[in-house]
Design a protein around this ligand. Structure first.
Ligand SMILES: NC(=O)c1ccc[n+]([C@@H]2O[C@H](COP(=O)([O-])OP(=O)(O)OC[C@H]3O[C@@H](n4cnc5c(N)ncnc54)[C@H](O)[C@@H]3O)[C@@H](O)[C@H]2O)c1
Length: 261
């Protein structure tokens, strides 16, 4: 089933760079908070600070959306929320299946942030027969035997893998064969997928390793402390791959803890 690795283009088909796409959720999160406080407009500087991005970059990002703001007034908050949501495909409901309902899968199933951002947990799937029919976060767990049926009947295009690493590729292949075209992989393994399938990998331990590197460097900068050795590429993977390399430093360090596989 796995016929090759997906290579993401540097830009999306409509000319929006991947780095900009990766920042849109940060803007949306900041804008949603402003909208909840009924703030009507926001300057690029204020919004950039709230999103943790520099304002020149924000203006450049918004120019790809055709949004330039009004001089002296700023950006219309509600309109930008709509525009970014539409760009991210969030104006429609996305059914999602989660496979592997252990500690992590159960926590994800109960996470309210999916629903509020337009992601409906359509099904929970696990290979353990003892779990079949048991509700987790109010949703009954279904057996992996029914995976293909569940995916096709619900028209699911996004799958979340929270299984042990050793079975993640098999689960991935089954999801893809059933029609899933986007996978969020939490298992610590590299997945192979056919062209046309997007994989994003979340690895919190890699994020911690990057923080450890910065901690070590800070310690090395203290007067009298020994400078740490430069890390090898393997020790400090770029979690911003797919976005601009090196963008994790400075005000843009708040990239999502998610990366292309
Ligand atoms: N990315 C991260 O930051 C992060 C954080 C924590 C855990 N993890 C990873 O997430 C995965 C799950 O961790 P956990 O602590 O929830 O483990 P867990 O053992 O609690 O749960 C794993 C679940 O997967 C199920 N399962 C096993 N084989 C399956 C299959 N073929 N199809 C469907 N379900 C299957 C098991 O029955 C179990 O319910 C692991 O790979 C772990 O390393 C990643």
């Amino acid at each position: 089933m796995a016929t090759g690795r997906t290579h993401r283009p540097a830009t999306r088909s409509r000319g929006i760079p991947e780095a900009t796409v990766a920042r849109l959720p940060l803007y949306l999160r900041a804008l949603t908070a402003l909208s909840e406080r009924s703030v009507p407009t926001v300057s690029s500087e204020e919004l950039a600070a709230a999103a943790g991005v520099n304002s020149a970059k924000l203006r450049k990002d918004f120019s790809y959306l055709g949004s330039y703001g009004t001089r002296g007034v700023g950006y219309d908050v509600e309109y930008l929320v709509y525009q970014i949501s539409r760009e991210l495909g969030l104006t429609q409901d996305w059914p999602v299946v989660i496979v592997g309902i252990g500690n992590l899968g159960a926590a994800l199933a109960g996470y309210g942030g999916f629903a509020s951002r337009g992601f409906r947990v359509a099904a929970l799937i696990d290979a353990d027969p003892a779990m079949t029919g048991k509700p987790v976060a109010g949703i009954p767990v279904q057996h992996t035997d029914d995976l293909e049926k569940i995916v096709s009947e619900d028209g699911v295009s996004i799958g979340v893998i929270a299984t042990p690493a050793g079975v993640a590729q098999v689960v991935c292949d089954r999801l893809v064969a059933a029609g899933v075209t986007s996978i969020l992989n939490f298992a610590p393994t590299v997945l192979s997928v056919p062209d046309g399938v997007d994989v994003r990998k979340v690895d919190l331990s890699i994020e911690l390793q990057i923080l450890a590197f910065h901690e070590q460097r800070k310690a090395g900068e203290e007067p009298g402390a020994e400078a740490p050795e430069a890390p090898g590429a393997a020790a400090v993977p770029s979690a911003g791959r797919g976005a601009d390399e090196g963008e994790r430093k400075g005000p843009d360090g708040d990239m999502p803890a998610v990366m292309p596989a």
